[in-house]
Ligand binder design. Structure first.
Ligand code: NAP
Length: 300
């Protein structure tokens, strides 16, 4: 279904909007799918400076033939304000990571939370398959409390998605407590318990899932100090930081016999859900793509 094969000259274009944006792996992911699925077209880095007129920049992209775009830091909230229409996912978060240019309108949605849950579900299935072979045990992370560390843009999408997924309790710890408190509205009343950053270790008691959604552990940032011994046996430990991919937290989880879930799953699944909106096909999130990303991260 490439443009050439279709017999029309419209080359589908999409891209990632951010500032700075050249570090983004999104072009690698989407261009791999465009080639693999023989769609043609390409996906670019699209830098937009924070002081630019965001809406005017989007309109210019639409005129240049873009069918869609992803949005990253620092524009997700600005993008929400600039849309003609937003779906429920973006309205709930008041942030947009996926834009569609359709029928003269600019439409926003947010695939971050759904991408996170997809990656977690697959990781849990793999863990369950492995465990069942050994001990016939159920991982059951979604039936237990979860502990989320961080209250930035990524944590916001993750907290909302976990609440929607129906986990019984979300414990939320952030260095700046007031920012965690500001996320309380993302779940039904009483569903989120804000805990002080310094009490994050005891707050992990009996949790079936720990998520590091802070920048700690990311290259250039201090490591995350988080003991894992209070978590439930067989807990999943998710670190959404992906540069580096194998963070000290994930290594500690493995050493403690817990299930590490790295940040590439979320990255690939949120991208797949955006791609589906633009091209109508849910692209494969497989080991070929994962290895391509790993090689690129190792080179960096
Ligand atoms: P953000 O909005 O800037 O939020 C950063 C968070 O980290 C805040 O909660 C901040 O706490 C906390 N933090 C920063 N330095 C800290 C420190 N020294 N001690 C304790 N907490 C600290 O960033 P974001 O967009 O949410 O991204 C967070 C991380 O997730 C980044 O590493 C990013 O690359 C990664 N990420 C991964 C994916 C994926 O697909 N895998 C997607 C999005 C983001 P304060 O509120 O106190 O400042």
């Amino acid at each position: 279904m490439s443009a050439a094969k279709n017999g029309n000259n419209i080359v589908p274009r999409a891209g990632i909007i951010g500032w700075p944006v050249d570090h983004s792996r999104s072009p690698l992911i989407h261009n791999a799918w465009l080639r693999q699925l023989d769609i043609g077209g390409y996906y670019d880095h699209c830098p937009i400076a924070p002081e630019a007129d965001f809406r005017a920049a989007l309109e210019a992209m639409a005129r240049r033939g873009f069918i869609g775009a992803n949005v990253t830091i620092p524009h997700k909230e600005t993008a929400f304000q600039a849309m003609d229409y937003c779906d429920a996912s973006a309205r709930h978060l008041r942030a947009v990571n996926t834009i569609c240019f359709r029928g003269g309108e600019i439409i926003g949605s947010n695939t971050d939370g759904a991408g996170f849950i997809a990656s977690l579900t697959i990781a849990a299935e793999i863990a369950e398959e492995t465990t069942n072979k050994v001990a016939n045990k159920n991982i059951g992370w979604a039936d237990k409390p979860v502990l989320v560390l961080g209250a930035g843009g990524a944590a916001r999408a993750i907290v909302a998605a976990l609440a929607e997924h129906g986990v019984p309790e979300i414990r939320l710890a952030n260095r700046t407590r007031s920012k965690a408190e500001a996320l309380s509205h993302l779940a039904p009343v009483g569903h989120i318990r804000i805990v002080d950053w310094v009490t994050r270790a005891p707050a992990g008691k009996d949790c079936g899932l720990l998520v590091n959604a802070s920048s700690l552990g990311m290259r250039g940032h201090p490591p995350l100090d988080m003991p894992l011994d209070t978590l439930a046996p067989q807990a999943l430990v998710s670190d959404i930081v992906y540069a580096p991919l194998q963070t000290p937290l994930l290594r500690a989880a493995r050493a403690a016999g817990l299930w590490p879930v790295d940040g590439l799953g979320m990255l690939m699944h949120q991208a797949a859900l955006s791609f589906q909106q633009w091209f109508g096909i849910l692209p494969p999130v497989d080991n070929v793509l994962r290895h391509r990303l790993l090689a690129d991260l190792e080179e960096a």
